[in-house]
Ligand binder design. Structure first.
Ligand code: MG
Ligand code: MG
Length: 262
């Protein structure tokens, strides 16, 4: 991805279309919250999500997504990224049953009628320890704070700073190797949206800017590692990681969450 290219701003009509695509993603993730429990496999979740997306005429965007380094690395095989415990992002759905106390981050991207929605949630499997519960609550709150800064006149650095300045003092590691992004007709558009940064820096937010905000927060250090499958990103220290994401539109009337289920 090239840095610093000017992002395309979306018209109100385009934002409506992104809202429709985002609603499909929101509904899939709501259904995943309902389905996740001990004994369920991520492959089962993946099959269910695919059915839901195809049924409404959407296209799952992760399945077949080319590996950033190209061949011989395989394209992504799943409809969802399912990232369990120490997996940060890009986990591949598999046949291992989820166990009580696990956490699973589910990331879903859909194109509908030419426009894209991208969102993720981290879901507890049964009962989870209080420390894990807090990691999820804090990461979700970081996303909420980032969304709140998506206002005309603020700068991109304010959005990044909202995550970093909240999370870092809590003692977690904010992932630096992966970040949020512009979203629209394509899954990944300009600009990149890091989860750390200086306030009052970077480009100004303008009406029609649509960005996917996605804090990735580790219980330990921020360091990451990619497993030998070429996709699965794990914490280097193998401690837990959480991930929450929404696609958001900047408008004159404040931020619109594009990927809610209603
Ligand atoms: Mg995503
Ligand atoms: Mg994303």
């Amino acid at each position: 991805m090239e840095r610093g290219r000017i992002p395309t701003l979306k018209s109100p009509r385009e934002i409506e279309k992104m809202r429709a695509a985002g609603r499909v993603v929101g509904r899939v993730l709501a259904e995943m919250r309902r389905l996740v429990r001990p004994g369920v496999t991520t492959a089962e979740l993946d099959a269910h999500a695919e059915q839901m997306i195809v049924e409404v005429g959407g296209t799952p965007l992760f399945k077949g997504y080319p590996h950033p380094q190209g061949p011989p690395w395989p394209p992504f095989p799943g409809v969802l990224c399912t990232s369990v415990n120490e997996v940060i992002v890009h986990g591949i759905p598999n046949d291992r049953p989820l166990a009580e106390g696990d956490i699973v981050s589910i990331d879903c991207g859909v194109r509908l009628d030419g426009y894209v929605g991208d969102s993720a949630v981290t879901i507890p499997v049964g009962r989870i320890p209080p420390e894990t519960e807090r990691l999820l609550t804090h990461t979700a709150e970081a996303l909420a704070r980032a969304i709140e800064t998506c206002r005309v006149g603020n700068r991109l650095g304010d959005v990044s700073h909202a995550v970093g300045s909240y999370i870092t003092p809590l003692g977690y590691g904010v992932v630096r190797d992966y970040c949020g992004h512009g979203v629209g007709r394509e899954l990944h558009e300009e600009p990149q949206v890091p989860n750390y940064g200086r306030p009052n820096s970077g480009r100004r937010l303008r009406p029609g800017l649509c960005i996917a905000l996605e804090p990735m927060v580790n219980l330990g250090t921020h360091e990451t590692e990619v497993l030998s499958d070429g996709w699965t990103v794990v914490t280097k220290d193998r401690r837990l990681s959480a991930h929450f994401e929404h696609s958001v539109a900047v408008t004159e009337n404040g931020p619109i969450i594009l990927t809610s289920s209603e």
